[in-house]
Write a protein of this length. Structure first.
Length: 71
């Protein structure tokens, strides 16, 4: 249920907002990987969660691009 709400929120955003969200998620992933490499990361499952969120954002961006092409 929580994931569906997140995806709905993403679909409601504009392309610029999605792009900003994608950049922020990639920065967070970089920081998490850096913390993991230096043994400072407590919750390693957060890396997996952020990677999946990045994929969700990219999927919504692709869906919006295809919708614009078809219209």
């Amino acid at each position: 249920m929580k994931i569906n709400k997140y995806v709905e929120d993403l679909k409601a955003k504009s392309a610029a907002e999605l792009s900003d969200e994608l950049v922020a998620a990639k920065k967070e992933l970089f920081n998490l990987r850096f913390q993991n490499a230096t043994n400072q990361l407590d919750n390693t499952s957060r890396i997996k969660e952020v990677r999946r969120n990045i994929a969700r954002i990219q999927t919504v961006i692709a869906e919006q691009a295809n919708t614009v092409k078809e219209a």
